[in-house]
Design a protein around this ligand. Structure first.
Ligand code: PLP
Length: 396
């Protein structure tokens, strides 16, 4: 006997993974250069040089027992202080190392926060479509219900009226993700201020805080001078889940953090519940070498030039062909409308030409497809005529 829920998760095939595997198979047959794989969001710019330099220096010059040993559960105090200092300066707010809980990336950060907020089988955590598909198992595995607000397909901001209607006495939290995977859209300050008003009103109505979980692995990946607003300055009951996977191109190193602002309602107890959740999940003490690296590299920023070039090339190329796209202001995703509205059929048609695009159904919205532009510029250039061919081939 084994756990049926876990079996279901582990044996279900992911559309993104299937496309990626298909791409590898096709590359062996038709040649790598003839497969246009836009399926996986794996960073394509290397980590800043300072990251490798810090890692080598730490390995060569710091106490090996310290570097490779356990840290305390939430991470080294000096590393948390270094990260908090930069964050405080950047956001103009008071943040201390003791407000941060280091995690093995955003995924365990989100699971720990959702576990910490789970009350009983009626507990609901709201998402906003389109959303990162892993939210569902992250939330459901903790025993809570995952419910989502349908997409605002005009702007890919947030359908505020529906959000307000969907909040009820069982709503514990709302998860937002901006810059967004899969839409590439950045939520505006106006949108977030209205979300804050709704959550404040509903918290009062139900006599308990409704938390906002801000999932921010793409926080620094923004273009054209746009900035992702600092959510805790807009809504006081915000918990931030952060990751260095995309900002410093370190997804394999598994490092990120949870920020629990001191002003959060029940901050100390929530922090303790997060610590307890991380403990039972076995996610305490994330890799210690990389904790020391991110502490030294707290002021490092990604060089977004290559993503920006790709973003413009793909966006303008697709628009010229006639595709409708969401405004690609952040992350490294472009979200476009399937010309005739059937995303799965469109993705299948593209697949026949070795053009791998992810249909939007798993992101909680129908009729769109996602492209990850963390690929080579040359691949984008060569893929545009194929996008044109599939577009022209769609029946009127
Ligand atoms: N949240 C979003 C929106 C993501 O896109 C991802 C990864 O792609 C994660 C969380 C998980 O990131 P991590 O690698 O830090 O676990």
């Amino acid at each position: 006997m084994y756990n049926q829920y876990c079996y279901g998760l582990g044996s279900a095939s992911s559309c993104i993974r299937e496309l990626f595997e298909y791409g590898l198979q096709q590359a062996a047959i038709v040649g790598k250069e003839n497969v246009y794989d836009f399926s996986l969001g794996n960073p394509s710019i290397p980590a800043p040089a300072a990251v490798n330099k810090a890692a080598m220096d730490i390995i060569q010059n710091e106490d090996s027992l310290l570097v490779h040993g356990y840290s305390s559960a939430p991470g080294f105090a000096d590393a948390r202080d270094a990260v908090a200092k930069e964050l405080a300066e950047r956001t103009g707010t008071e943040i201390h190392g003791s407000d941060l809980y280091f995690t093995c990336g955003a995924a365990p950060a989100l699971i720990s926060v959702c576990s910490a907020l789970h009350i009983d089988a009626d507990t609901e955590i709201l998402g906003i479509a389109p959303f990162f598909p892993e939210y569902r198992p992250f939330i459901e595995s903790t025993g809570s219900k995952f419910v989502y607000v349908p997409a605002d397909t005009d702007q890919f901001q947030i359908d505020l009226q529906t959000l307000e209607k969907m909040i009820n006495k069982n709503t514990q939290a709302l998860i937002i993700n901006s810059p967004n995977n899969p839409s590439g859209v950045v939520f505006s300050k106006e949108t977030l201020m209205q979300v804050a008003d709704i959550l404040t009103k509903k918290s009062q109505e139900f006599g308990k805080p409704i938390y906002l979980i801000s999932d921010e692995p793409y926080r620094e990946l923004v273009y054209d001078g746009i900035e992702a607003p600092w959510v805790p300055s807009i809504y006081h009951d915000t918990i931030v889940c952060y990751s260095y996977s995309k900002s410093l191109s370190l997804p394999g190193e598994r490092i990120g953090y949870i920020y629990v602002p001191a002003k959060l309602t029940d901050a100390k107890n929530i922090f303790a519940a997060i610590a307890g959740a991380s403990r039972v999940l076995g996610h305490v003490c994330p890799p210690t070498l990389i904790q020391r690296v991110v502490a030294r590299c707290a002021y490092e920023k990604p060089d977004l030039e290559a993503y920006d070039v790709n973003r413009k090339l793909l966006y303008h190329g697709l628009k010229e062909i006639g595709y409708e796209c969401a405004s690609p202001d952040g992350a490294f995703y472009l979200f476009a409308k399937a010309p005739k509205g059937d995303a799965k059929a469109f993705s299948e048609k593209c697949k026949q030409k070795n053009l791998l695009v992810v249909p939007s159904d798993d992101f909680g919205v129908e009729g769109y497809f996602r492209l990850c532009y963390c690929v080579s510029k040359e691949m984008i250039e060569r893929s545009l005529p194929i996008f044109a061919e599939v577009f022209a081939d769609e029946p009127e």
